[in-house]
Design a protein around this ligand. Structure first.
Ligand SMILES: [Zn+2]
Ligand SMILES: [Zn+2]
Length: 376
């Protein structure tokens, strides 16, 4: 199989904070250990509008302008760099944002999303230690093509579409947190926040043997959680989730809690409703001001509550793609909109402002008109 690869490609770039543009860029050349991929689908992440608006300036996302964002993608291998034997041209792959250096103590123990050589990718003329953070610190997928290190790629099962596979990141972020907190077989798992990550965490906890999953949220998203299989839904605007969970567990508390809401009072509530020795995974992002996220420290100490910070999606892509393949995760049910590449700005607007009951918005660089993706 051979693909005609043009010299130039269409790309959406962040020209400066708050300013997007559609432009032509050279198609990247795959280096040693890299493959060139044709981008078929790239989902908009909650972090993308924040990066556009400059919320990550202090961590240098992006590190330069103009910058190609986009990290939740799936596509097809169209050319191989030197020495690549892991993939062949024509393979369908889903990408990860993080590729660790592979050599530091954290990478050596599998924790490559917290690589100790973060950002040492040579883009600034410094040493290239092999670290990549695609779409954040290194050119991403909001384009027709991009080159990737093979370690950032996983084969997509045949029955999973590119659009569904672009959820590999979202579902993986959820699964990493679920793995850190663990799932008690037959037990009670609580999920805060029925957004895309929370809905994935809920479905994963069920697939991994939770006896029942309780979703805490409100409004239409809580209804979607109910439709997607939440055993019990608690609307925090109508009842106190802590009291309700304690009531449902005979006063004992939940076995584990997946905090996916990002609301600043949710971590404290999670600690109040988890059982003694229970686990809380923090899978969301919070406002940096720690005073805004108070925690019941003595309760955590006296009850030996385990709290896990969960960063991105290390080592879980194969599992989430399997979950998307066997229906454990309803990928189609999470994608509400698709847009072509040159309507990226409109897509971000729909996503950021939650227009038209939007849940997950996917850019399809090869497609024409925008559309509703789901049956409903
Ligand atoms: Zn993401
Ligand atoms: Zn490393």
């Amino acid at each position: 199989m051979k693909f005609e690869i043009p010299e130039k490609m269409k790309a959406v770039v962040l020209e400066e904070y708050g300013k997007l543009g559609v432009t032509e860029l050279p198609v990247p050349q795959p280096g040693p250990g890299e493959v060139l991929c044709k981008i078929k689908a790239v989902a908009i992440c909650g972090s993308d509008p924040k990066m556009i608006d400059g919320h990550y300036a202090d961590v240098h996302w992006p590190p330069y302008f103009p910058f190609v964002m986009g990290h939740e993608w799936a596509g097809q291998v169209v050319a191989l760099g030197e020495g690549v034997t892991e993939f062949k041209v024509g393979d369908r792959v889903a990408g990860e944002a993080h590729k660790g250096c592979g050599n530091c103590a954290n990478c050596m123990s599998g924790h490559y999303t917290v690589c100790l050589n973060y950002g040492k990718d040579g883009h600034d003329g410094g040493a290239d230690k092999g670290h990549r953070h695609y779409g954040f610190y290194w050119q991403g997928a909001n384009a027709e093509y991009n080159a990737y290190k093979v370690a950032a790629l996983t084969l997509i099962p045949d029955n999973v579409s590119y659009e569904e596979a672009s959820l590999c990141d979202t579902a993986g972020v959820a699964l990493h947190g679920v793995e850190l907190a663990g799932v008690t077989p037959g037990g009670t798992t609580v999920v805060f926040g029925p957004g895309p990550i929370g809905l994935c965490a809920m479905q994963e906890a069920k697939a991994m043997g939770a006896g029942r999953v309780i979703m805490i949220g409100r409004g239409r998203k809580l209804e979607i959680a109910r439709k997607m299989g939440a055993d019990i839904c608690i609307d925090f605007e109508k009842e106190d989730p802590v009291a309700r969970v304690l009531e449902l567990t005979g006063g004992v508390g939940a076995d584990e809690v997946m905090e996916c809401s990002g609301a600043n009072d949710s971590p404290a509530k999670a600690c109040q409703l988890v059982k003694k020795t229970g686990a809380v995974a923090l899978i969301a992002n919070y406002r940096d001001d720690l005073e805004q996220v108070p925690l019941p420290l003595n309760k955590i100490v006296f009850n030996e509550i385990k709290i896990y910070g969960s960063k991105a999606n290390p080592g879980v892509s194969r599992a989430v793609l399997k979950f998307l393949s066997d229906g454990s995760i309803n990928g189609k049910g999470l994608i509400t909109h698709t847009f072509p590449l040159d309507q990226y700005e409109a897509a971000v607007d729909v996503f950021q402002n939650r227009r038209d009951n939007c849940m997950k918005v996917v850019i399809t660089p090869e497609a024409g008109e925008p559309g509703r993706f789901v049956e409903d």
